[in-house]
Design a protein around this ligand. Structure first.
Ligand code: NAD
Length: 249
């Protein structure tokens, strides 16, 4: 049993798929959960809030772009004013804009780096003040297997996810003495909206490379994230935990 009772958990990209699964995984111990998303509408976030509410969790949703430094600074400031603390930050918001370099625009590059990497910086910087004051906290950043392997057509995405790995290790070193653990989870090929749009032949090619013989589920990622934030993982910081069915070893 972990001590999440009445703690404050923030999950970016928490409206659906991996982020929703992470939020639901934390729900068992009734923390207060704040999800941040940037969907065009509130349909998915409302579904997540409803599921959390059915489990008796006080949950809130904000539709705000994580790539805006000022907006994140304000949001986390408001969360700290309202709840007095932030115990867990899961930096999960992310997008793809896949193109070969020859066709990739500066906007494709900037948007992916802005959300996937700058967004992690923005939220971490805004949340860490509270964690330092509390002398306790957990941050888990969602990277990707391709941040390590590379992937043709995803140079912007892979650069952002590799950047997350370096950022994670650096911040882990900076705040280890303050009782804050900072880790990353690098998912493999997970069955979500992000991968549903890929052509069948691309999915088939990935499948052939996965020793465990199946796509990952959002719950596979949520399990690892939750464990990293538990007392059981208290001696783990600065690590990249791969959850990929053996796709990359
Ligand atoms: P998804 O597209 O289903 O959900 C993405 C979430 O991020 C949504 O809640 C969306 O609103 C939010 N988001 C997007 N842009 C945002 C912005 N500007 N500001 C705030 N929120 C924003 O994606 P998913 O498959 O659940 O992926 C979640 C994370 O896992 C991402 O970081 C992704 O890169 C990573 N990941 C996914 C896979 C996979 O196979 N699905 C593999 C490796 C890593």
């Amino acid at each position: 049993m972990n001590n999440f009772d009445s703690r404050v958990v923030v999950v970016t990209g928490g409206s659906r798929d991996i982020g929703r699964s992470i939020a639901l995984k934390f729900s068992g111990e009734k923390p207060r959960i704040i999800i941040v998303h940037y969907d065009p509408d509130e349909a998915d976030s409302e579904k997540t809030l409803n599921e959390l509410s059915l489990r008796g969790v006080q949950a809130f949703s904000h539709r705000i772009d994580v790539s805006s430094f000022d907006a994140m600074d304000r949001l986390f400031g408001d969360i700290i004013s309202e709840f007095g603390r932030i115990d867990v930050l899961i930096n999960n918001a992310g997008i793809t804009r896949d193109k070969l370099l020859m066709r990739m625009s500066e906007e494709d590059w900037d948007r992916v780096i802005g959300i996937n990497l700058q967004g992690v910086f923005n939220c971490t910087k805004a949340a860490i003040r509270s964690m330092i004051r509390q002398k306790k906290g957990n941050i888990v950043n969602i990277s990707s297997v391709v941040g390590q392997m590379g992937n043709a057509g995803q140079s912007n995405y892979c650069a952002s996810k590799a950047g997350i790995m370096g950022f994670t290790k650096s911040i882990a070193r900076e705040v280890a003495g303050r009782g804050i653990n900072v880790n990353a989870v690098a998912p493999g090929f997970i069955d979500t909206g992000m991968t549903a749009v890929l052509p069948e032949n691309v999915k088939e090619k990935f499948m052939q490379q996965i020793p465990l013989g199946r796509l990952g589920r959002p719950e596979d990622i949520a399990e690892a994230v939750y464990w990293l934030c538990s007392d059981a993982a208290g001696y783990i910081t600065g690590q990249i935990i791969h959850v990929n069915g053996g796709l990359y070893m």
